[in-house]
Design a binder for this molecule. Structure first.
Ligand SMILES: [Zn+2]
Length: 319
């Protein structure tokens, strides 16, 4: 695994480029393992004429300004140092975006890792939170001796690599996934029964039926009323169930039309598998179907409000 860190300058001009000033990286013999090699280059900026405040404050900025290397040369050196390595990691997701942004700007091939581990996310998950944690905070938390100054890409890559030793393997694996999927892993749940839905005379009736829309938290069985469905292919509908105490769960509704023209199917919280996440991921960006009508309680509430309005109108007319 290669752990990467970058320093860059955003600049004050109109060119939308976070111009890289330093690439630092360390190679580990395995995720969370020993540092077996290091890489460091300072890069002379060529695009932005002025440095922003963050770049100006970098402890090693003089080394970048006096460097003989431009980005293409430094980038090629980095790629050849990486060799055939497929697993990469960084603190947060910005560094890989910035690296590829610079590669695109100079019309160079992007870095295409097999997996990118976000150690900041993995560290947050280790502490049971989804909040972003600063690298210096994690270093203090792990009581890693702070021998090196921060905001030097090589030093930060070393610190990042050292925190990886504190992260359980399964959470490290999770951190290579898209960030939106992580919320579903925070609260594991036992296998859940499925519920029959229908038959209903129309698809719309089935999607809006009480049995389809009545979700429950798989951990506390708190009822959660479903407001909308998302689908990529008609017939399989997904929604996100949010329990106030236990967080997010994926709920799936499958419906099909019988020979008699009626719609029926099943609603369930399936086991959390890679396939489920991929299907739900497609549905999330697919078609959104807002359900019609509320629960009985909401309907009753609306009716009451309407009655109140009538009463008020009557009073106004009488007055
Ligand atoms: Zn719950």
């Amino acid at each position: 695994m290669i752990v990467l860190d970058l320093e860059w300058n955003r600049g004050y001009d109109k060119t939308p480029l976070d111009e890289i000033l330093q690439i630092g990286a360390v190679r580990l013999d395995r995720p969370g393992g020993r540092i077996v090699d290091t890489f460091n280059v300072f890069i002379k900026p060529h695009v932005h004429k002025r440095l922003n405040r963050t770049a100006k404050a970098l402890p090693e900025i003089a080394s970048s300004l006096s460097s003989a290397l431009d980005f293409p040369t430094a980038y090629h050196r980095f790629l050849s140092w990486c060799g055939e390595e497929g697993d990469f990691a960084a603190w947060g997701a910005d560094d890989f975006d910035t690296l590829n942004q610079n590669a695109r700007y100079w019309k160079l091939p992007p870095l295409e890792p097999r997996a990118i581990y976000d150690l900041q996310t993995a560290f947050s998950l280790t502490l049971g939170t989804m909040q972003n944690i600063a690298l210096w905070w994690a270093v203090e938390y792990c009581q890693i001796p702070e021998c090196f100054s921060y905001h030097n890409a090589l030093h930060d890559a070393m610190y990042t690599a050292l925190t990886a030793a504190w992260i359980p393997k399964n959470l490290l694996e999770l951190s290579a996934r898209p960030r939106w999927t992580l919320r579903y892993f925070l609260h594991p749940y036992p296998p859940q029964p499925s519920h029959l839905v229908g038959p209903h005379p129309s698809l719309r009736a089935a999607l809006n039926s009480r049995t389809a829309r009545k979700g429950v938290c798989p951990l506390c069985t708190e009822p959660i009323w479903i407001q909308s469905w998302n689908y990529f292919q008609p017939g399989t509908y997904y929604t996100d169930l949010l329990c106030p105490s236990h967080g997010h769960f994926i709920c799936r509704l499958t419906l099909s039309q019988g020979e008699d023209g009626h719609w029926k199917g099943r609603q369930e919280i399936p086991d959390l598998t890679q396939a489920l996440l991929e299907d739900y991921g497609r549905a999330r960006i697919g078609t959104h179907y807002p359900c019609r009508g509320g629960s009985k309680r909401r309907r009753r509430y609306r009716r009451r409000r309407k009655d109140h309005q009538h009463e008020r109108n009557d009073t106004a007319q009488a007055g």
